[in-house]
Design a protein around this ligand. Structure first.
Ligand SMILES: Cc1cc2nc3c(=O)[nH]c(=O)nc-3n(C[C@H](O)[C@H](O)[C@H](O)COP(=O)(O)O)c2cc1C
Length: 183
């Protein structure tokens, strides 16, 4: 029952720690949600990394594993893309039930019915290269600081300015970082 499910507001407050869990190069973390982001399927690697049972996770909103170090802008970009039936790629730091974290390179896309209507979303995640995490961590910190000062408009402007300066699109920037993978 949805009312019994965990969400980031009613889950037991775990102390955030610096305990990192890492994926193997062969791991794929998979989850599927309904149109609102409520999880309807996840694979075993998802549950073991996040530290929840499948019955805790199924029926919970995906923000169950949202990490406070992540800027809101990352999720806004994701939702804007997938609602428009475009693919999203990005680096995401996720929260484990015990307060630890794990980084992923995430792909999210809409699931369509025969008429092209969105009926849910699917995400597949892989191990990101350490160099990408090294690059993205201070950028997310700056975006988070901008959000605290001036909201999501401020972090969007910061990201746009950074990408313009480098002359790349968001997708080009992200894919370049992921290509550095050594597993
Ligand atoms: C298929 C799918 C997968 C998602 N995967 C994650 C994820 O791994 N981690 C995460 O924090 N949010 C993920 N989200 C985004 C969440 O739905 C949510 O927007 C995000 O956690 C921010 O939540 P908040 O706005 O309530 O703070 C995913 C969404 C979808 C549709």
């Amino acid at each position: 029952m949805a009312g019994n499910k965990l969400n980031k507001n009613n889950r037991p407050a775990a102390t955030i720690t610096n305990q990192e869990k890492t994926l193997k190069g062969s791991d794929f973390i998979v989850s599927k949600t309904d149109t609102k982001g409520v999880i309807i399927y996840c694979n075993q690697i998802f549950t073991s990394l996040a530290g929840y049972s499948a019955s805790d996770i199924i029926g919970s909103n995906h923000n169950l594993i949202r990490h406070p170090d992540m800027p809101r802008l990352a999720y806004k970009i994701a939702w804007d893309r997938i609602k428009a039936k475009k693919e999203f790629f990005g680096f995401v730091k996720n929260l484990c039930a015990d307060g630890g974290y794990y980084w992923v390179f995430a792909y999210i896309t809409a699931d369509l019915d025969n008429n092209g209507n969105i009926i849910g979303y699917t995400s597949v995640r892989r191990k990101p290269p350490q160099s990408a995490i090294h690059t993205i961590t201070p950028i997310y910190q700056k975006l988070l600081d901008a959000e605290r000062r001036g909201g999501i408009d401020a972090s969007q402007k910061l990201l746009d300015d950074m990408l313009n300066k480098q002359g790349v699109s968001y997708d080009e920037f992200i894919i370049t970082l992921q290509k550095d993978i050594k597993v």
